[in-house]
Design a protein around this ligand. Structure first.
Ligand SMILES: *Cc1c(COP(=O)(O)O)cnc(C)c1O
Length: 399
């Protein structure tokens, strides 16, 4: 089947498409604008700006989607990670194993508490932590593991949990990119001691600013998280612990509640876009030039990113040429955390991160948001084919 046929099957006019944005949050927000404006108006009238019924509703629905008993709102995904590590008692000198191939917040939360991030390498195909390498990193100081469900696919959690259990370690899931993802039918956020979610606008459930959520099945941890997120204050002006100020705003929660009703649809549209990309790329003969991302069979992948690998040192050139053709792309992540200047003093820990370094040189994330059209995908793949010298000029062909 040619790409032309696929486009026709998708029923979208293609001839005038000459761009594909990496992300257009407006397309998701616009249909919900009236509903959200009404909720915000109610919030202004009520004067209840922090916590309250909108936050409570979001906590209930996130708990449901995450298959956990408790969900606790907080100010960001970064704070969620920090609070989770505070709740499990990470102290100065404690070691926490986490990937280097992730967003900075995964490791900065450890560092903030005086803990030591011990970076683990990734599997080249999923970009998630290589569970075979966990045990060799465990020392007498190791307290926890933070698997990251990168790009929307869960890390291999059964081995993570059995190793953690054998060594008495806690498991904190970084679910920032993985709301609604599943692993053997179980939801992200329910697979460790605490799940940490982000509502940053680029995430699958994106707010109108910062926001985050913590999930857990442990009532004691849930209680502690709530306490720590509100200055360790209970009752008012009595502080049993030193917490932080990290609360979810009602306005954010109202916007997120409107979107939460559609989270299943957003995930399935992302998955459909991923499947469509795969078909277009295979049909264009790209399969031996780039590496097309795959979902593990036991994983419900929610595709926060669609990340190809461009081997042979030409990733940056491909990205540049895509940009010239108005196809958005991004490198998540160009500098792994063990290479960051601020973590230079940790270098001794991190000797063998070969796959991490290689991924940082090869990854390229393409547009995948739910409202991306089939025509835009076809255009993006046509451009990529042309750059890889597999096809003719997309514009020439369209005309
Ligand atoms: C976005 C993200 C975070 C941080 O979330 P914020 O809400 O931006 O603070 C943490 N970890 C990962 C993997 C992320 O992608």
């Amino acid at each position: 089947m040619t790409t032309q046929n696929l486009r026709a099957n998708h029923g979208t006019e293609t001839s005038d498409v000459s761009s594909a944005p990496l992300l257009d949050v407006g397309r998701g927000n616009r249909p919900l604008k009236d509903e959200i404006m009404e909720a915000i108006s109610d919030i202004i009238d009520s004067g209840w700006f922090i916590g309250g019924p909108h936050v409570k509703l979001l906590e209930e629905t996130v708990a449901e989607v995450s298959q956990t008993e408790f969900a606790i709102g907080c100010a960001s995904g970064s704070d969620a990670l920090l609070l989770a590590l505070m709740a499990i008692g990470i102290e100065p000198g404690d070691e926490v194993i986490c990937p280097s191939f992730t967003f900075f917040a995964t490791a900065s939360a450890i560092h903030r508490l005086g803990g030591i991030p011990v970076f683990i390498d990734i599997e080249p195909d999923t970009f998630n932590i290589d569970v075979m390498k966990i045990e060799s990193l465990i020392t007498s100081k190791t307290k926890a593991i933070i698997p990251v469900h990168l790009f929307g696919q869960c890390a291999d959690m059964d081995p993570v949990n059995s190793i953690a259990e054998a060594h008495g370690l806690k498991v904190i899931e970084d679910c920032a990119q993985a709301i609604g993802a599943t692993y053997s039918g179980r939801a992200a956020g329910s697979l460790g001691s605490v799940g940490c979610f982000s509502f940053y606008p680029t995430k699958n459930l994106g707010g109108f600013g910062d926001g985050g959520m913590l999930t857990t099945n442990d009532p004691e941890i849930a209680d502690k998280l709530r306490l720590l997120a509100n200055h360790g204050m209970r009752p008012r002006y009595y502080h049993s612990e030193v917490g932080i100020n990290s609360r979810l705003d009602a306005i954010q929660a109202a916007a997120l509640n409107a979107k939460m009703k559609h989270i299943g649809e957003y995930s399935s549209k992302r998955a459909a876009n991923a499947a469509h990309y795969e078909q277009l790329m295979v049909d264009a003969g790209m399969a031996d030039r780039i590496i097309i991302p795959q979902a593990n069979t036991n994983c419900g992948h929610v595709w926060n990113q669609f990340t190809i690998r461009v081997p042979g040192g030409c990733r940056d050139q491909v990205r540049q040429q895509l940009a010239e053709m108005n196809v958005g792309s991004e490198v998540y992540y160009p500098v792994p955390l063990h290479q960051q200047e601020c973590f230079a003093s940790l270098k001794d820990n991190n000797v063998d991160l070969v796959e991490t370094d290689r991924a940082a040189e090869e990854v390229l994330s393409l547009p995948i948001f739910p409202e991306l059209t089939a025509a835009e995908q076809a255009y993006a793949v046509d451009c990529l084919a042309q750059i890889l010298e597999l096809g003719e000029m997309p514009l020439k062909r369209a005309g």
